[in-house]
Ligand binder design. Structure first.
Ligand code: GDP
Ligand code: MG
Length: 665
């Protein structure tokens, strides 16, 4: 009978202690492994067997303690206390014993079978540390302590062996952690609890929680004992636990070579320095951008040549098949140009995420959030929101994807709302073109002012959103900094592949459809397919929009059409305007003169140009971004609200710029 019982194991540990890696190594399941604290938010299950014994495993979210302040803690606390969990495997990062043992001390109080999996033993060795594996269990109530390395797959069988043989052994031996007076109080509470709730399993735990005045426990196990429970003893309990941990660490941890001690600490004095941390980070990000846009753009050039060849080839091939004009146009101008144009960004995305994957897996990214937390906190955002915002200057799509690192849904959404206001690289051609045409003397300043404007809008919005949703404020960033480590090729490969796959699947679906829609409205009119764009539905729509856009100084149907086309990708605004005004080489001096002359005929001057740039900065993001926001927020309502909001904001801002500007000039 006993052999048929499947042992239920819960994996509990601090974020980044290697739980998921260990879990994967044991179950063979392929879960995401990343270096952000708290990436595992949901419960993951798997199974394995050891010498004929079936074992089920649950991977719980990373937590620092068993209080119930966060959802992660609540989930974990409930799970480990469930009766069907036979044994708790407490995974600790052995290279940072001191901070990991706090949770261990709480688990011991449950009295349930606990096995300590001392992970990262390879790091411990490498750093010249030694851990006394005899003294440690002695100080922890003789629970099994098993050194493992999830990454090196070392000690896994020993761990399973311990699970198989000790899953029924409660922590019998009480670990005396607290001062005599506190221990006495705990005993008295235990006694009263036992009288009132004879079936209560977690006596010591519940007693300690009552003394801590833990709300959940007070509700569930009310005890009328004002003589003992006269006040909250939370502070003493926490402090004395830490004192005990300090004692443990002092007795069991040795450094062979003190020069290796705290390599991470030394690096961190620079990287998380209150003052230098920020410039160092900006330097690293600048370098990442430099790589993204040099190597990425070089590769992009190759892609574009390939795309041109494909366009010509497909056109010639279809013509050879005697395909009708509209089919050729649909395939070539619509699908291949639209989807292919998006695919040319793939090299940038690939390089960017490769670099970020390396930074993340090495442990650096966790520091960025830490460094930026103070600054971001002032506008009500978490430090982790900083990375998506920075990425937004490159491309909003990966920026929105990067909001995944924010654990709280409210923080995530708030950050998603802000990222489109960072001027992405696709908006740069618009700024460059119109600034050079209409502000020839101050082109750089004009273009730069839009970057600043976007930032200001984001900051103001963040503050407003922070006020509205004060209840869900980002809160303080309680996170531990993981050890630095050599990035793991496999982890990074999975990470990059996930991003690329997401991007590709979008190009294959939403953007495919959007390209066809835009192709259709620019190539078809009421009389069917048109050769002159003037006759197209797009032009009709443009004419219809003229009076609407007029107060913003944008009342030209060509501008309206260009703005609609810009929904596919913002840089398309420039190419569409060129096509609509019949300018062949828009980036040349002659092209620009031609364009500004053409626009000038309609009275479109510097103020109009600035209003246009402001509108382009703020209005509805491109299709790829909208699709990404939908996917990441998993809500059409949220996505549509955001789209409409941005459209209104852009309109109002452009109107204000144009009206006020016209008064001044
Ligand atoms: P979790 O947050 O507890 O689930 O931690 P993960 O499993 O995501 O691991 C965090 C990081 O630690 C990853 O980069 C892992 O590759 C790394 N890691 C996990 N176990 C070990 C180990 O035994 N040795 C080393 N050197 N790194 C490890
Ligand atoms: Mg995990």
């Amino acid at each position: 009978m006993k052999n048929e019982h499947i042992i239920q194991v819960a994996f509990v540990g601090n974020p980044n202690c290697g739980k998921t890696t260990l879990f994967n190594a044991l179950t063979g399941a392929n879960l995401k492994v990343a270096n952000w604290p708290g990436v595992t938010v949901e419960k993951k299950e798997g199974y394995t067997s050891y010498k004929g014994q079936k074992i089920n495993l649950v991977d719980l979210p990373g937590i620092y303690s068993l209080t119930s302040y966060s959802i992660e803690e609540k989930v974990s606390r409930r799970c480990v206390m469930e009766d069907n969990i036979d044994v708790i495997v407490n995974v600790v990062d052995a290279s940072s014993l001191e901070r990991n043992l706090y949770l261990t001390m709480q688990l011991l109080e449950l009295g349930k079978p606990v096995i300590l999996a001392m992970n990262m033993m390879d790091v411990v060795k490498e750093r010249g540390m030694e851990i006394d594996n005899h003294r440690l269990p002695e100080m922890l109530g003789h629970i099994p302590v098993v050194p493992v390395s999830a990454r090196k797959r070392m000690g896994l069988n020993v761990l399973l062996h311990a699970v198989k043989h000790h899953y029924e052994e409660d922590v019998e031996e009480k670990v005396v952690v607290y001062s005599d007076s506190l221990e006495q109080k705990i005993s008295s509470v235990e006694q009263r609890l036992h009288e009132k709730y004879p079936d209560l399993r977690y006596l010591r735990w519940t007693a300690v929680k009552l003394l801590e005045a833990d709300e959940e426990t007070l509700e569930e196990y009310s005890l009328d004992a004002p003589d003992i429970l006269d006040r909250s003893y939370e502070k003493e309990i926490i402090n004395q636990k830490y004192d005990y941990i300090e004692e443990v660490v002092e007795e069991v941890l040795f450094y062979k070579d003190s020069s290796k001690e705290g390599k991470t600490d030394k690096v961190d004095t620079l990287l998380t320095h209150p003052f230098w941390g920020v410039p160092v980070f900006l330097g690293i990000m600048a370098f990442v951008f430099f790589l993204t846009f040099t190597i990425g753009d070089a590769l992009k050039g190759v892609f574009e040549v390939g795309l041109d060849m494909l366009l010509n080839g497909a056109g010639a091939f279809l013509a050879g098949l005697n395909a009708s004009d509209w089919v050729i146009s649909l395939v070539v101008d619509g699908v291949i140009a639209g989807v292919g144009g998006i695919l040319t960004f793939l090299p940038n995305i690939f390089i960017l995420f490769l670099a970020l994957g390396i930074l993340e897996d090495s442990g650096y990214m966790a520091r960025v959030a830490y460094v930026m937390d103070g600054i971001m906190g002032r506008v009500g955002l978490s430090g982790k929101a900083f990375l998506p915002m920075v990425l937004g200057f490159g491309c909003t799509v990966p920026a929105v994807m990067a909001t995944r690192t924010l654990e709280k849904e409210a923080d995530r959404r708030r950050t998603m709302i802000l990222t489109p206001f960072m001027s992405c690289s696709a908006r740069l051609p618009i700024y460059v073109l119109f600034s050079s045409m209409f502000f020839p003397q101050h082109a750089a300043i004009a273009a730069f002012s839009l970057y600043v404007l976007g930032l200001l809008v984001a900051i103001v919005l963040a503050m407003i959103l922070g006020k509205i949703k004060r209840g869900e404020s980002a809160g303080s960033l309680l996170m531990e900094l993981p050890e630095y480590k050599m990035p793991n090729a496999r982890t990074i490969a999975i990470y990059v592949w996930e991003k690329v796959k997401d991007y590709l699947s979008k190009a294959g679906t939403t953007i495919f459809v959007a390209s066809i829609v835009i192709w259709f409205i620019l190539n078809f009119g009421i009389h069917g397919m048109v050769t002159d764009v003037q006759q197209s539905f797009g032009a009709v729509l443009g004419h219809w929009l003229e009076p609407v856009l007029a107060p913003a100084g944008l009342g030209l149907w060509q501008v309206a059409v260009a703005l609609i086309a810009g929904l596919s990708a913002k840089e398309v605004v420039v190419s569409s305007m060129a096509v609509l005004f019949g300018i062949s080489n828009i980036n040349s001096a002659a092209g620009m003169t031609g364009m500004s002359t053409a626009l000038g005929q309609f009275g479109f001057g510097a103020v109009n140009a600035y209003a246009l740039m402001v509108f382009c900065l703020l209005y509805t993001p491109c299709m790829a971004t909208i699709a990404t926001i939908k996917k990441e927020s998993n809500s059409w309502a949220f996505t549509l609200k955001l789209v409409v909001f941005q459209l209104l904001l852009a309109y109002v801002a452009a109107v204000v710029v144009f009206q006020v500007g016209s008064l001044i000039v």
